[in-house]
Write a protein that binds this ligand. Structure first.
Ligand SMILES: Cc1cc2nc3c(=O)[nH]c(=O)nc-3n(C[C@H](O)[C@H](O)[C@H](O)COP(=O)(O)OP(=O)(O)OC[C@H]3O[C@@H](n4cnc5c(N)ncnc54)[C@H](O)[C@@H]3O)c2cc1C
Length: 448
């Protein structure tokens, strides 16, 4: 029996949710809740929603229930920076890099599989969703970081990925800011409003899926007859249960070293109000874009199709006992967010942020996710690095396959490789992680 001891909270004001066109859409009414289902999924982020698609499509006669403690699009899947990219290169944040080219290619293949599926669902069911193949710029400002960009280009060459390199002048023309000195642009990345996207996907789920938002799960029972308990004490049974609950998996009462080895960081974001026609002059002839810093601690920046600028920066270790962001931590991140914005857009220095928020990103030392059966008939998947949307979608899809006995080479690969490596206990981990993140920040210099 797993008793849940910590619950996610909606902290800060999430710009993506606030500006999502489908934020007032509704899901299944709680009055339709049944006493049993074939499959239960806890957590309606990309992990849970993509698990539901895979289960529903491969077992069309089954009944599936998805539960989330919050409104869909409120937690990490709805508060990320909105990059969904295929040719991702994994870079562990504080651990070691053990990835071979074959591993990278495998990840890209899995990314392509889930992103293509998301693309097809959106095209068919919700074509107006803010979901655009705008591409991605990896960019640098400081000379000392150029080598990392060049190494990335070499890696792309080995992997056979197409890209273009732009100099300072071309970057300035394309982005409307002269901040970046060099960039690598690849087209195989979607830029989206993540809250609008996850809500749209959840609304497009097949009819044999019921989704209950604002429904907290307080207990999960494993064994031959697994069940969950709702906050009001109601018990719901299922043959199998999937937990796609981000780093909160640590608080679901199940043991095992791999669950202990899941960690999390918090990062912070802000979005301006809509720019006026006058302020928009710097973006004349500029298409919406997204930049990730080549340095892993650098800022992520977007110029959105809704005439706003989004900035994400500042990383903090989130101890297992404090996964939700305390209010005072937002105050610490505000000047850093402001500074990141003004450095890139000095002429917009008087444009205020309309929204400031933060969110949780699970990670592991070797950037390998948690995946598999954690107790009898209880299955879990937790992501392991910054690019978590595609990973969560992979985890959900293949957890469903695992449950359904749908065999594939991809599933065999995942079962063999998705194992977080050992991390020391929290008491040693906190100072170690804080020191590693501080050092990353120092090395990032003005890229922050
Ligand atoms: C600021 C920021 C920027 C990011 N940028 C990117 C990016 O650009 N691209 C990218 O790929 N990734 C990015 N990520 C990471 C990515 O958002 C996550 O890795 C991914 O969304 C995880 O998806 P998930 O489905 O595993 O978890 P989540 O989306 O966190 O879903 C888990 C769900 O479980 C629910 N839950 C937990 N406990 C309970 C309970 N007891 N009862 C019921 N429900 C419960 C939660 O409410 C939550 O909705 C970013 C993250 C942050 C915070």
């Amino acid at each position: 029996m797993g008793k849940v001891t910590a619950f996610p909270k909606d902290t800060g004001v999430n710009p993506w949710f606030e500006t999502a066109v489908n934020r007032n859409a509704t899901y299944t009414d709680i009055s339709e809740l049944k006493d049993s289902y074939d499959f239960i999924i806890v957590g309606a982020g990309f992990g849970g929603v993509m698990a539901a698609f895979e289960l529903a499509e491969n077992a069309p006669d089954s009944k599936i229930a998805v539960f989330d403690a919050l409104k869909v699009g409120t937690f990490s899947s709805g508060r990320n920076a909105g990059f969904l990219w295929i040719s991702q290169v994994t870079a562990p944040l504080v651990g070691f890099d053990h990835y071979t080219i074959d591993d990278q290619l495998k990840l890209c293949k899995l990314n392509e599989k889930v992103i293509t599926r998301i693309d097809n669902i959106i095209k068919e069911k919700a074509p107006d969703t803010d979901f655009r193949w705008d591409g991605l710029y990896h960019a640098v400002r400081e000379e000392r970081n150029v080598k990392a960009l060049d190494d990335l280009a070499k890696m792309y060459d080995k992997m056979g990925h197409k890209y273009e390199i732009f100099d300072h002048q071309e970057m300035t023309k394309r982005l409307g800011t002269d901040f970046y000195t060099k960039g690598l642009y690849s087209t195989d990345c979607v830029l989206d409003n993540p809250a609008e996207l996850i809500r749209a996907l959840a609304l497009a789920l097949p009819k044999n899926v019921s989704l209950f938002e604002n429904t907290v799960i307080t207990d999960v029972k494993d064994g031959a007859h697994p069940a969950i308990t709702l906050k009001d004490g109601r018990k719901i049974e299922a043959a199998k249960i999937i937990l796609t609950v981000n780093a909160f998996i640590k608080h679901f009462g199940f043991g095992g070293q791999e669950i202990k080895d899941v960690c999390a960081i918090q990062s912070f974001g802000a979005m301006t109000r809509e720019l006026t026609d006058d302020e928009m002059k710097i973006f004349e002839g500029v298409q919406p874009w997204g930049v990730v810093a080549t340095h892993p601690a650098g800022a992520t920046v977007r110029y959105t199709p809704k005439r706003r600028v989004f900035v994400r920066t500042d990383i903090a270790y989130a101890p297992g006992y404090r996964l939700n962001i305390p209010q005072q931590r937002f105050e610490q991140s505000k000047p850093l967010l402001r500074n990141a914005f003004v450095k890139r857009f000095p002429t917009l220095k008087d444009v205020p942020f309309e929204y400031t928020y933060g969110g949780l990103i699970p990670f592991t030392a070797n950037a390998e996710p948690l995946f598999g059966e954690i107790a009898e008939n209880i299955f879990a998947g937790t992501t392991s690095e910054g690019a978590g949307v595609n990973r969560a979608s992979i985890l959900g899809t293949f957890l469903a396959d695992l449950i359904l006995g749908k065999k594939s080479e991809d599933l065999d690969y995942i079962l063999a490789n998705y194992h977080p490596s050992y991390l020391p206990p929290e008491v040693l981990r906190v100072p170690g992680a804080n020191a590693a993140l501080w050092w990353k920040n120092v090395k990032a210099g003005t890229e922050l």
